[in-house]
Write a protein that binds this ligand. Structure first.
Ligand SMILES: Nc1ncnc2c1ncn2[C@@H]1O[C@H](COP(=O)(O)OP(=O)(O)O)[C@@H](O)[C@H]1O
Ligand SMILES: [Mg+2]
Length: 362
């Protein structure tokens, strides 16, 4: 360390205070060797102080160039404090998204502070969920096609068989062929519903979101004339946007319909409440793309909440929490929202369930 006093001049006890920090702190000498790391750094890098000490900083990451360049800039302009968001890659692990602050300390070397970038973590998670949901939908669609093809044959063969039944046992044996035909028809309907969202063309026009909400409101009130109170909380300044109005009506209707089903006890008691709330959101990232302005639509009910058993999976096809449910309502809603470049999220606890739809606005 060319005669520089280095961090050795600091007593270990004084460094120990850095262990109390939530940020990861690394001390690095001017040659790039790590001389000390606090507890948060050990945790973040999943390594012990002993293992970190005497390692070269650039050996920690596969893409350390940016970080190293920050270090040499900080050293060149002593006392400078350089900040940058980095994605540090380590073999066989997820990249570390950190906000890094590099400061030079006299001749002693560098203090590197790494703070985990929670926003980035959240985006990564959302991206994974989005990819996962697309993979799932493709799987279901392919499977539906595979089931659909032989179904016609099975049904046709059962009909032919029915014609050939010996008259003596006709009524008795027809029961069996009828089961085959009815079940084939039931599967056919299911498969058609699975394939439906991808069938109808996406028809784009100018959409006023409040017209969509009002349509759903009147449909819901027609179906539940007593005991369901639908409150509107609209932001009238929301501009029209390009979209498929029928798809959006179907989306909001599916969500509102689920809410009304969950609210059956409250509807009977007369204190069921559904709220349609619209707002604008600014600077949001939807499905990996950043938008200056977005529609923020909430459909909120005061029902019992989504069962914890299925909460993480409600958008998956065929996941249903009720007797006789198809488990397709929310899948369809999500598909339509995604076709509008938007996202759909849900927050739920007993007494409060909020489905939130975010769509880009012009
Ligand atoms: N607002 C809500 N409150 C409580 N549970 C809900 C709500 N919305 C959806 N769910 C749950 O999510 C499940 C999936 O909904 P959906 O995809 O529309 O399928 P389905 O209505 O055919 O069951 C429902 O069965 C229900 O258990
Ligand atoms: Mg439903």
């Amino acid at each position: 360390m060319s005669g520089a006093p280095g961090f050795a001049q600091y007593a270990p006890e004084s460094l120990g205070a850095l262990d109390l920090l939530a940020s990861a702190v690394l001390l690095v000498d001017p040659t790039g060797m790590i001389t000390w790391a606090n507890a948060a750094a050990e945790h973040l890098l999943d390594s012990s102080l002993k293992a970190l000490q005497r390692q070269q900083l650039d050996a920690l990451f596969q893409n350390a160039e940016e970080l190293m360049s920050l270090c040499s800039q900080a050293l060149a302009h002593k006392y400078a404090d350089l900040r940058q968001d980095l994605a540090l890659e380590r073999s066989g692990r997820e990249p570390l998204h950190v906000h890094s602050i590099v400061s030079a300390v006299d001749d002693a070397g560098l203090v590197i502070e790494l703070r985990e970038n929670v926003q980035q973590l959240k985006l990564d998670r959302e991206e994974r969920i989005l990819d996962q949901s697309q993979v799932n939908k493709e799987l279901v669609r392919n499977l539906a096609h595979e089931i659909k093809n032989p179904l016609g044959g099975i049904r046709g063969a059962a009909q032919l068989l029915e014609l050939e039944l010996p008259p003596l046992h006709l009524t008795q044996l027809r029961e069996y062929t009828q089961v085959i035909i009815k079940e084939a028809d039931r599967l056919q309907t299911l498969v058609d519903r699975l394939l439906a969202p991808h069938r109808r063309p996406h028809i784009v026009g100018d959409v006023n979101i409040h017209e969509v909400c009002e349509r759903v409101r009147s449909l819901m009130l027609a179906e539940f004339p007593n005991g369901l109170n639908i409150k509107r909380d609209y932001d009238a300044s929301i501009p029209e946007f390009r979209g498929d109005k029928e798809q959006l009506i179907q989306t909001v209707l599916n969500i509102a319909h689920n809410a009304a089903q969950a609210l059956s006890a409250q509807i009977a008691a007369g204190d069921a409440q559904l709220i349609f709330k619209t707002r604008v959101a600014r600077q949001v990232t939807l499905a990996k793309v950043r938008y200056g302005l977005a529609l923020d639509l909430h459909i909120i009910d005061n029902g019992p909440g989504i069962s914890p058993l299925i909460r993480d999976r409600i958008f998956y096809p065929l996941v249903s929490g009720r007797e006789g449910g198809s488990g397709l309502g929310l899948t369809l809603a999500q598909t339509f929202v995604q076709q509008h470049m938007g996202v759909i999220e849900c927050e739920s606890r007993p007494g409060f369930t909020d489905f939130r739809i975010l769509l880009p606005l012009p």
